[in-house]
Design a protein around this ligand. Structure first.
Ligand code: HEC
Ligand code: HEC
Length: 174
């Protein structure tokens, strides 16, 4: 009896640790679940998920909204604080349960603070094979226009099977 109890306990302990190590990993990045963020940060472009950049990147980006990719996206101090708080809570380096967030976060050197998802090493590696003309065409325009190719970007799902590049179609790299 005693032995069985030990075996069961051991099995339980190893299941729990495997769960926290592998089992709880979700695909993609956490979807945006904040209406205020959508209203303020998705009027000019797609609502980039907080889990696409680490905390230090969001801090840097939010500290310089008046000079935001050659536009003025400034907000009042209180709104900036609320949004930064949301971004920090869900940033790539704390969203460790999401596989893509982990990969993005790990790809960035500690002394590097990119303010664009498209400047992160993981992103660059994943997108390096896309022909320039497919990015520059009018249906896409910019590699930052995630929803032009990723049909489920809003859900935080970026996997190959959900990619449909305008005037090219499905992506198949094997
Ligand atoms: C007035 C318009 C405007 C608003 C409002 C705005 N942005 Fe932007 N943002 C831009 C432009 C323009 C770019 C450059 C897009 C490109 O390269 O195609 C950009 C790019 C970005 C990028 C980099 C995308 C990439 O990976 O290349 C991030 C991240 C970003 N914005 C976050 C935010 C956040 C967070 C907010 C809300 C606080 C916000 N933006 C509000 C105009 C805006
Ligand atoms: C021109 C089309 C295009 C645009 C725009 C684009 N992507 Fe991609 N993305 C691709 C392709 C093609 C791949 C490669 C898929 C593969 O080889 O598995 C990819 C791969 C990815 C991956 C890795 C997915 C995986 O499961 O391996 C992520 C994450 C991703 N993109 C996020 C983004 C984000 C975020 C944006 C916007 C900032 C963006 N992409 C813009 C076409 C695009």
């Amino acid at each position: 009896m005693k032995n069985i109890a030990i075996v069961i306990t051991l099995a339980l302990v190893s299941t729990l640790s495997a769960e926290s190590y592998f089992g709880s990993t979700k695909k993609g990045v956490a979807p945006v679940d904040n209406a205020f963020y959508k209203a303020e940060c998705a009027s000019c472009h797609f609502a980039y998920q907080p889990g696409l950049l680490p905390q230090r990147s969001w801090k840097k980006l939010m500290a310089n909204l008046e000079d935001h990719f050659e536009t003025d996206a400034s907000l009042d101090t209180n709104d900036t604080k609320i949004l930064l708080n949301y971004l920090l809570k869900n940033a790539a380096d704390v969203s460790t349960g999401y596989k893509r967030s982990r990969k993005i976060s790990r790809s960035i050197a500690k002394d590097n603070t990119p303010v664009a998802v498209s400047d992160t090493p993981y992103f660059k590696k994943e997108h390096r094979e896309i022909a320039k003309r497919l990015i520059e065409q009018k249906e896409v325009k910019s590699i930052a226009n995630c929803t032009a190719c990723h049909t489920t970007a809003e859900k935080g799902l970026y996997g190959e099977r959900y990619i449909d590049i305008p005037n090219y179609g499905k992506w198949d790299d094997d």
